[in-house]
Structure formats: C-alpha cells, structure tokens
Design a protein around this ligand. Structure first.
Ligand SMILES: Cc1ncc(COP(=O)(O)O)c(C=O)c1O
Length: 377
C-alpha cells in the first residue's frame, strides 16, 4: 500500500514540474477539471502513518479530536465535527439546524441545489426556496421579506438560509464581509440560522486577506472541505456552537458517517490546516495568469477582474468552436477542462498547477483559437 501511495505522489510532483514545452510531448496532463484532483503531500502521508489512534465512537480518536479542535479554533466557533465529505457536512448541518421540515432559502445555482438537492429534499426534508442572486450571493434588498419566521396556513416557516462562499458555480466569487454582516443581522432578527457551504472557505479567506473566523462570525455554522485545494485525501469539517455540533454528531451517526480510527485521515487534515492554507494564494495567482493570458488573446474570453480565487470561467460563445470542440482540442494538448453550460469552460487551479502549467494553458488556448480561426476564414 505504501508503495502504491508513493507512486501516486510522484505522479503529482512530476505533474507540477511540467514546462510549457513539455505540453503535447508527455502523457502527463494539466488537469484543471477541479481542485478535488489534488493528491496528499508526503508530509500528510507521513503524519497518517504516525497518528495516535482510537475508536472515535467509544473513547474518541485523539487525532480526530485534534482536527476538530483545530477546525473550531480556525473558524472561531465552539466545536467541529469531522465528516467524510462536503455533501455529508452540509446534510448533517441542515438536519441539526432544522430537525427536518421547513423551507431552506438557497441560491438555485448553489452546489446544494445542483448536486445535493436529493439530500436536501429526501433526507433533510426541506423545501428549497430560491432567493435572487448577484454573483452567487443573495440580493439583500428585499431579502428580509423572504424570511418567514412562522408557518402560515399554507406554507412552512423558513428553517434555514444557506449561502456558499467562495461560490463554485459563480466562478469562485467571494461574498463581501459587509454583505454577510447585513444578511446575518436580518436573519438573526427573524430567528433563522445561516449555514455557509464553505467547501472553499479558505480560498475565500485568503482572497479577502482575513482569517476564516472573520467570515464564519457572520453565520451560525459552516462546512469546509480539506479535500480540495488543501490537498487532504478526503474529509470535511462542520463547525458551529457546541450544542449544534452535538446534534450534528447524532445525525452523522444516523446516516452512517461515524468513524472509528478516523485519525488516519484526520492526520492529513491537521497538516492541511496547518500548512496548506497560505499557499492557496499561489493558486489564485495562477488563476490570474490564465485569466490575464486569455484576456490578452481575446478580451471576450475572460474578465480577469471577475476572477477572485482559483476558478476561471472562459466564455467561448463568440469563437468558431463549441464547448465540446474546445474540450477535445485542449485535451489533445494535455489540458483538461470542464464545460459549464453551452458556452463556458471552467478551469480550477490547485497545487499541481505551477506557473509553467498556467502559461501552458494560455499557449494551448492560443493554438486552438488560431487554428480554428484559420480554418474558419
Ligand atoms: C461548493 C461545494 N459544496 C459542496 C461540495 C461537496 O463536496 P464533496 O465532494 O466533498 O461532497 C462541493 C464539491 O465540489 C462544492 O464545490
């Protein structure tokens, strides 16, 4: 097993060591499909082999306890709960806040709606109502009118408000802190809790130049992932008040998410939180290399001012190629990207995308665009 893992790490290292001239000559790929493709660091694998362990459902696993306490400290909350995924974190948070039943106010493009809606409806028993959004975040003007603190004869009460920052499908946008404060004041007045889907909470914090706790103080709970830009092999944390986390812990067990010697993975999470947060700024800088490079190729492709974190959305609607053409032609140059709708390509930078790889992406776009235009003319 150890050998297998070492081989995987080597693959990650050589991926990040590629140069633009290597593009097309090597089977290694510049994989921009998601930051979920990141591999654990050698330091994480070392920590996993040395972690003190216990049965977390009996006397607790000391490494899980350490990770949960660290997560609570970093988010400025009373307690944390280790879960297997962002999806599970959001689900137990919804269950713990609402006890099943009621409306959840949410952005229709949120990950919760696009990828987790079955859990929202079937397991958490919530009815999603959509608020109007700007760049992924609730439009505050008129928002308080959407909050329904009491059930009426025909409608459930609003049980929860969910926001997402950074916002995946909006292109990594970050909710301004003053808007978060305003939103929280409205929801507190109505007695409705706010949950943050902060799968990329630390990208948002790094982009704002504040500790994560400055974001989370404007909400009642948060889920964040250690498995994405932070490079742990899997796992997420839910954080909030001690009473909320106790309820969430029960719901985690109910859905089969309680772990025994979870410290094996939590150890990687401790390394992720103590050593991988600040380097997210490199991912953001590389997203800017791509965004500015594409903007120079054709200003209609990307507005670099819209790129706030590690996600770049390129609009190829005006080019002679379809989204699938672009995906295929970039893949032929060892650059993997994903579609987002009929006219956009989505690229996510992460630890395995170095400066050379970011420049290679721009070069790949240039080659594809020039070839397509030459054929079209
Ligand atoms: C914003 C957001 N929330 C939640 C999730 C779900 O995380 P997981 O894949 O760990 O379930 C993702 C995954 O990409 C995400 O982008």
């Amino acid at each position: 097993m150890e050998q297998q893992m070492t081989g995987t790490i080597d693959e990650g290292a050589s991926r990040s060591a590629r140069s633009p001239s290597a593009i097309g000559k090597t089977p290694l790929k510049v994989d921009l499909r998601s930051d979920t493709v990141t591999l654990p660091t050698p330091e994480m694998l070392g920590a996993m082999t040395r972690a003190p362990l216990g049965d977390d459902m009996r006397e607790r696993d000391p490494t899980v306890v350490e990770l949960e306490a660290l997560a609570a400290r970093m988010t400025g909350t009373e307690a944390g709960l280790f879960v297997t995924s962002g999806t599970m974190g959001n689900l137990v948070a919804m269950l713990a806040h609402t006890g099943r039943g009621g409306d959840v106010l949410v952005d229709p493009e949120a990950h919760l709606m696009r990828s987790e809606v079955s859990g929202v409806v079937h397991v958490a028993g919530l009815f999603p109502r959509h608020y109007p959004v700007h760049r992924g975040f609730p439009v505050l003007d008129g928002f308080s009118g959407m909050l329904r603190p009491q059930a009426t004869r025909s409608s459930f009460a609003t049980a929860l408000v969910c926001i997402e920052t950074s916002h995946n499908n909006a292109g990594g946008t970050v909710m301004p802190l003053k808007d978060m404060a305003e939103l929280h004041a409205m929801t507190k007045a109505a007695g409705v809790p706010v949950h943050i889907d902060g799968a990329r909470l630390f990208n948002a914090a790094v982009s704002l130049g504040v500790p994560a706790s400055e974001i989370v103080r404007h909400a009642d709970s948060v889920t964040f992932c250690i498995s994405k830009g932070l490079s742990a092999p899997f796992g997420s944390l839910v954080c909030g008040s001690a009473a909320f986390i106790e309820r969430a812990r029960l719901f985690r067990r109910m859905i089969g998410g309680a772990m025994r010697q979870g410290g094996v993975v939590a150890a990687a999470g401790v390394v992720a939180l103590t050593s991988m947060v600040e380097r997210l700024a490199d991912d953001h800088r590389r997203a800017q290399i791509i965004a500015r490079g594409l903007h120079e190729l054709d200003a209609r492709l990307v507005d670099p001012a819209e790129v706030e974190t590690n996600i770049v959305m390129a609009d190829i609607g005006h080019t002679p190629l379809t989204v699938n053409d672009w995906i295929e032609r970039l893949a032929a140059r060892d650059i993997d990207v994903r579609s987002y709708g009929r006219t956009r390509l989505r690229m996510v930078t992460h630890r395995h995308i170095d400066d050379d790889a970011a420049h290679a992406v721009v070069a790949g776009f240039r080659q594809v665009l020039e070839a397509a235009r030459a054929t079209a003319s």
